[in-house]
Design a protein around this ligand. Structure first.
Ligand code: KMT
Ligand code: NI
Length: 172
């Protein structure tokens, strides 16, 4: 994992967009973003049982697996959104970027690779993209049913209860 300020320059979303200014794990934690690294699946199993995550699946995001819809999917993952539940991703192979909004509403880019696990809190505005390799395989953990409907950012969404709870816990 490496986190840094997104450079806000034009260009494909899959390019690094690296400003050269790093963001440390403590700063991520202030935003409610938790990071772990597990070389063994047993670490993930323990975290899942502590947090009540009973179910999991795996997704591969690549042109090989997704075919013609790949480009469209990658664009849709990159729309700024939130979820009303935590988003947990454990990277099994490949690489990708999760971008999260900072306290000052700037993008922080989090580059993840194999064995990285990230927890994004409910209500945080974020987006995802593959990198230039166009390949990532990730485990998605969830409590009951998959509940990761993306709610796209809007002024109305700022009044959502989960958004308000996030703002009061982490951005004030
Ligand atoms: C997400 O939340 O955007 C995704 O599930 C994308 C694939 S997981 C790396
Ligand atoms: Ni999401």
């Amino acid at each position: 994992m490496r986190a840094y300020w997104f450079d806000n320059q034009p260009g494909d979303q899959r390019l690094p967009h690296d400003s050269g200014r790093d963001v440390d794990a403590a700063a991520l934690e202030k935003l409610g973003v938790l990071y772990y690294r597990f070389a063994e699946i047993s670490g993930v199993d323990d975290l899942a049982s502590e947090r009540g995550y009973k179910n999991r699946d795996e997704i591969t995001v690549s042109p090989d697996k997704m075919g013609a819809v790949y480009e469209e999917k990658v664009k849709s993952f990159f729309h700024e959104h939130l979820h009303e539940d935590e988003e947990i991703r454990y990277i099994r192979d490949g690489r990708g970027y999760f971008d999260v909004r900072s306290q000052g509403d700037e993008w922080v880019r989090i580059a993840l690779e194999k064995d990285d696990l990230i927890i994004l809190p409910a209500g945080i505005y974020h987006r995802f993209t593959t990198d230039e390799t166009n390949y990532i395989q990730a485990m998605r953990l969830f409590k009951e049913e998959p509940k990761w409907t993306p709610l796209n950012r809007s002024n109305e969404l700022d009044a959502n209860d989960y958004r308000k709870a996030y703002v009061s816990e982490f951005l004030n």
